[in-house]
Design a protein around this ligand. Sequence first.
Ligand code: PLP
Length: 343
Amino acid sequence: MILEKKSIRNLVNYQTKESPYLVKLDANEGKNVLFPNGFDLSQIKLNVYPDDQAKELRQRLSDYLNVPKEMIVEGNGSSELIELLIKTFVEPNEAVLSVVPTFSMYQIYTEIHNARFIGIPSRKDFSIDIDDVIRAVKLHQPKLIILCTPNNPTGYQMKRAEIIKLLSSTDSLVAVDEAYIEFAESKESVTMDVEKYSNLVVLRTFSKAFGLAAIRLGYLIGPKSIVDSIGKVKSPYHLNALSQSIGAEALLKINQMRAWVNSVIFEREQLLIAFKNMKIQTYPASGNFIFIQSDVALSVELESRGILIRAYQGDLSGFYRITVGTASENAQLIQALKEIIHG
Ligand SMILES: Cc1ncc(COP(=O)(O)O)c(C=O)c1O
């Protein structure tokens, strides 16, 4: 029997739901609004390796974000970029600090690479006390700080001024994961600050607002020196030609993406009102999902009716994360919740 390396022995596989469903609200995915008629793949040269530098995609990202393309690196999902940050910058035993609860992969990648994960608890209402974070950073001297805003799963969005306060107080590398920023207050984004702070990087994804989770495409915006260092570590041709092409085409459809995002925001506010009317405890939502608490086993009950949502265990037992669906999906959800709660 070949022994696994010690750092992964207690890990379990990333959990994805395989159950049959009518309505899928468990993974914060979007809808295919950008390519309703599919995508023409005939231009892609299937026999040659893809562009290792993803030049066309990065140029379009540069135009979209108004940031030089030398400050952008693509990833096989933003998940790959989170791992690349740790592989590139964090030595074994160094600390990676984040505020919990948050996206589970920060801790998992940290542990795989033999570094130490330090989770600073958010307040009871899941808001974040930035002074608490700054104190913890002084104490633990992490190599990397990862902030998720809007935060998955709680939905809490940090203020840009708070992130700037942290940046001004530390030399640690600060990665701000803006996977859900398109659904939130965009004035709180720190994308524009990467040109000013040499220790700031921003992570984004096509999996949420662009509704393209299947193509596994993310990107990082950061100082050229950091982008260059990541370039040394990433696998050759890590981003396949199909994803590069679809991503580049999607960036010509920004207006459609924004229109769809606006409809999700509208539906989110309707759902929040419906939950409040049902006396379900909700938290302020700024992504394409809503975090709720209930003493009823909602995910089991909903799953038996064909509706998938995300349930949490341990300290977060009784908490659920529900992706905002279409008007019709949300109506089915509300109807089912009424039956479950009121009989
Ligand atoms: C906060 C956050 N960051 C990153 C990711 C990973 O996204 P990607 O599909 O780009 O790997 C997710 C996925 O749910 C997420 O919630």
